[in-house]
Design a binder for this molecule. Structure first.
Ligand SMILES: Nc1ncc2ncn(CCCCCNC(=O)c3cc(-c4ccc(F)cc4)cc(O)c3O)c2n1
Ligand SMILES: [Mg+2]
Length: 216
């Protein structure tokens, strides 16, 4: 059976990237996906916005929803301080296993844990099973119609604290209208929109940053 696009991405990383060098893995994926096969990594343009917000937040505990090939997990993990950790949820077993290999090649596997399953099933387990107290930073990049319900679920599970930062990809393309409606009219969140472009394309896209202000 011929290989999947994701397997071809792993092959090019495995062949061309410098082992243990996260930047070279990111560059390798960006080159391949802009020249050979488009793929839904956050990419280099939105990636720079993600970098800046991660650096400003300097999080100890990060949750990512939607691992895919691990590009944004590597992007985030490479900026984390020594004891900090990133938990990333992926329900597609092929993507999860490819992401695991790419994350290992990047050399950030000591900071990253891939949790296989659906966000709605795993989020309620984070406190007890994964010993998470509060989340400092959440990157939403999974099913766009899950952004709003999962934000509500994170709050209900007591995983957000005053100052927790949510960053949502693709709020223009493919779009997350329910999330935008929910989060921008919610007095418990302070929102900022970062205009950019869809990864590897000239199409407009944006990311939404929402800082949780607390339950009161
Ligand atoms: N609940 C749950 N829990 C855990 C999970 N793990 C995975 N999933 C499902 C995630 C499925 C992939 C999500 N990402 C996207 O759909 C996406 C799409 C485009 C895009 C596509 C076509 C175009 F023509 C243009 C742009 C671009 C992006 O940047 C995207 O992020 C989960 N769901
Ligand atoms: Mg995305």
């Amino acid at each position: 059976m011929d290989q999947s696009k994701e397997q071809r991405i792993l092959n090019t990383v495995s062949y061309n990237a410098i082992k243990g060098n996260p930047e070279s893995v990111l560059d390798c994926i960006d080159k391949y996906c802009s020249k050979s096969e488009w793929a839904m990594n956050v990419g280099d343009e939105k990636g720079l916005i993600l970098d800046k917000i991660v650096e400003e937040t300097n999080p100890s505990v990060v949750l990512e929803l939607g691992t895919y090939c691990g590009y944004s997990a590597i992007r985030i993990a490479r900026l984390l301080k020594p004891k900090a950790r990133l938990l990333t949820i992926e329900f597609n077993p092929e993507f999860a296993s490819i992401a695991k290999e790419i994350i290992e090649i990047a050399g950030v596997n000591d900071k990253v844990t891939i949790l296989e399953g659906h966000s709605e099933d795993i989020i309620p387990q984070l406190k007890k099973k994964y010993e998470v107290e509060k989340l400092d930073f959440v990157f939403l990049d999974h099913w766009k119609e899950r952004y709003a319900p999962d934000t509500i679920l994170l709050e209900e599970c007591g995983l957000l604290r005053k100052g927790s930062v949510l960053l949502a990809d693709n709020i223009i393309y493919p779009g997350a209208p329910e999330f935008i409606k929910y989060i921008r009219n919610n007095k418990h969140f302070e929102c900022t929109t970062f205009l950019s472009h869809l990864e590897y394309m000239k199409v407009e896209d944006a990311m939404e940053k929402a800082v949780y202000l607390g339950p009161e």
